[in-house]
Each structure stands twice: as C-alpha cells, then as structure tokens.
Write a protein that binds this ligand. Structure first.
Ligand code: CAA
Ligand code: NDP
Length: 290
C-alpha cells in the first residue's frame, strides 16, 4: 500500500502530479535543485487549488488539507520515506541518469521508482537504476489536474507487482490508463509531436503565420489549442527532445526536428515557461512572434 509519494522536479509536471496525488490523500514530498524552485512550485499548486475552490469544485477545507500534505526541499535525502518516487525532471537522459544515481542510494530497497518521461526508453533508464524490476514509466499529461489519461509503460525488466501497484495508484487519482510498449515517445507523443513539428514546418516554410496555423487547427479540426500554442504550453525544449528521440530511435527522416524549433530553443525561447516562444507572453495578452 503506497502512502508517501516523492516527486523529483518542481516544474509544471512535477507540481501537477503533486497536486493530484495530495488531493487523493497521499503525503507528497517534492525535491528540486533549489529552494526557490520549490517555493514557486508550491505557489503554483496553491493557485491551481484556489481556482478549484473559486469554481466550486473543491472546498477551502480540502484545499488546505491538500496543501498540508505537500512538503518540498532541495535535499535529496528527504525522499527516503517515499514508497513511490516519480521523477519529473527535465527531458534529458543524462540529467535523469544522474538523478537516479543520487536518489537510488537514499530510497528504501522495496520502494518503486517511476519516470514521467515523454519519450525516453524506459528499459535504458531502468538500467541506470539499482532496481530495474521496480522501475517503469508513469506518463501523465499536461495540465495534470485536467487531463484524464496516464500512459503506463513497462521496461523489459519491470515486474508484475510494480505494474499492478502503478495501475492501482493511477486508479486512485481517478485517471484512465492506457498501456504502451516501450518504443520512442510511446503512443500519445508518437502521434502528437510529429503533428506539432509539421505545424512548425508549416510556419518555417511560410505557408501560414502563427495565428493562421493555430486558428486553422482550432476551428478547422476542433483542437482545443492550436499546435503552436500547444507547443509553447508543453515547452519547446521538451518538444525538441521528443523529436530528437523519435528521429534517433526510429531512424526515419520524417521525424527530423524542424530547424525553426531548434532555433527557438537555442534562443532560450522555450514557450510559456520562459515567457516567449511562438507567442510572447510578457504583456497582457499573448502576441505571435511570427
Ligand atoms: C508532452 C507530453 O509528454 C504529453 C502531453 O501532455 S501533450 C499535451 C496534452 N495536453 C493537451 O493537449 C491540452 C490541450 N488543451 C486543452 O485541453 C485545453 O486548452 C485546457 C484544458 C488546457 C484548457 O482549457 P480551456 O477551456 O481553454 O481553459 P479554461 O476554461 O481556462 O480551463 C478549463 C479547466 O482546466 C483547468 N486548467 C486550465 N489550465 C490549467 C493548468 N495549467 N493547470 C491546472 N489546471 C488548469 C482550469 O481549472 C479550468 O477549470 P475551470 O473551468 O473549473 O476553471
Ligand atoms: N511539459 C509537458 O507537457 C509534459 C512533460 N512531460 C515530461 O515531464 C518531465 C518534466 O517536464 P516539465 O515539468 O514540463 O519540465 P519543466 O522544465 O517545467 O520542469 C523540470 C524541472 O526539473 C528540474 N530539474 C532539472 N534537473 C534536476 C535535477 N538534477 N534534480 C532535480 N530537479 C531537476 C528543473 O529545475 P531547473 O529549472 O532549475 O533546471 C525543473 O524544475 C520531462 O521528462 C517531460 O518530458 C510529460 C508529460 C507532459
């Protein structure tokens, strides 16, 4: 029975996973590199919980008790009591491998370790841990409090007990699971990211402006967000990493990341989280950058 959930990374996904886990009654501890990151993450969670209170979807008592179940620190040792640690750090294999080398010695031997990776090989990441049989992918969608799906991905060594525990955990969060095999970017991103990359090529080749492309897909295909707006929402660094994993892992030129996506990431224009991407978010309303 899982009680204590550890989260690595106080970014948009780590905070979302902390939010839904604490709301379901788990004790949650978030670890990130700096206390500033933790503080801004906790403020984001509080803001999202407060919005639920305003909309009558949660009582103020529930908001307070949810928040009281979440702690955070920049000390990896504080993950020691966790029954399940979910790593939601930057989408970079070397970063994740380094994290596992630091967190595994701290964790209880029987505890489970999961990654929220969007695309990386679960089997390869598992091999960088001391517990490949108790390691798997638990892939939440953004924004976590709203999106109903969680992809579960086993590595070659993941044991049945770990898979069942993950399935039960996700069930208690009232999410629906889908099971994907361990291939680059699994199901959702294997389909979604080439569409986003194609939208960026459409911009790059001058077929349409940012506004034209997003309006076309919102009104012409009934997507809740245009593909460039969604790319900014996901984070352009994450989008590029996923395309690189697809390109390298499937060795097919159809997954070539658009050079314009590369340029935006090189500029540090990472989308909403950095204040600028295909839109500029620094003013009152988002303004297209092309
Ligand atoms: C990259 C990966 O590995 C995998 C992925 O996650 S890919 C990305 C998958 N996600 C998507 O495709 C999201 C597409 N977009 C959408 O579905 C919608 O635009 C959206 C749900 C994000 C927002 O919907 P909307 O109707 O425009 O916004 P809005 O009415 O303001 O919000 C709807 C609800 O979502 C909640 N919400 C919106 N944004 C939120 C956020 N960032 N965090 C938490 N909650 C949020 C709000 O509480 C709101 O509920 P209320 O109406 O009760 O206030
Ligand atoms: N964005 C999305 O739509 C989705 C993303 N994901 C996946 O979730 C993961 C996180 O993505 P997301 O939340 O968007 O990314 P963010 O950039 O918002 O957050 C990543 C967080 O990880 C922190 N971090 C980096 N290195 C370390 C480290 N060594 N130890 C602890 N924390 C660290 C970062 O800190 P700092 O900023 O200081 O570097 C940052 O707070 C990725 O694997 C991504 O692919 C999965 C589903 C959807």
């Amino acid at each position: 029975m899982l009680k204590n959930i550890g989260i690595i990374g106080a970014g948009q996904m780590g905070c979302g996973i902390a939010h839904v886990s604490a709301a379901a009654g788990y004790r949650v501890h978030i670890y990130d590199l700096s206390q500033d990151r933790i503080e801004s993450g906790l403020a984001t969670i509080n803001g999202n919980l407060a919005r639920l209170v305003t909309n009558g979807k949660m009582s103020d008592e529930e908001r307070k008790s949810t928040l009281s179940r979440i702690t955070g620190s920049a000390d990896v040792n504080d993950l020691a009591p966790s029954d399940l640690v979910i790593e939601a750090a930057t989408e970079d294999e070397s970063v994740k491998r380094k994290i596992y080398s630091q967190v595994c010695p701290v964790m209880k031997p029987e505890a489970l370790l999961a990654t929220n990776t969007s695309s990386l090989s679960i089997t390869r990441l598992a091999a960088a841990t001391d517990r490949p049989e108790r390691f798997m992918g638990i892939h939440f969608m953004n924004p976590v409090p709203v999106m109903k799906l969680v992809e579960l991905v086993r590595g070659i060594a993941t044991d049945e007990k770990t898979f069942s525990a993950a399935k039960e955990f996700v069930g208690t969060l009232e999410k629906t699971i889908t099971v994907a095999e361990d291939f680059p970017a699994f199901i959702v991103n294997r389909i979604l990211l080439p569409m986003i990359n194609e939208a960026i090529y459409t911009l790059y080749e001058g077929v349409g402006t940012v506004d034209a492309i997003d309006t076309a897909m919102k009104l012409g295909a009934n997507h809740p967000m245009g593909p460039l707006q969604l790319a900014d929402f996901i984070g352009l660094d994450t989008c590029l990493s996923i395309m690189q994993v697809l390109h390298d892992g499937l060795a097919d030129s159809k997954y070539r990341p658009c050079p314009l996506l590369v340029k935006y990431v090189e500029a540090g224009w990472l989308g909403r989280k950095s204040g600028r991407g295909f839109y500029d978010y620094r003013g009152e309303v988002p303004v297209p950058t092309r």
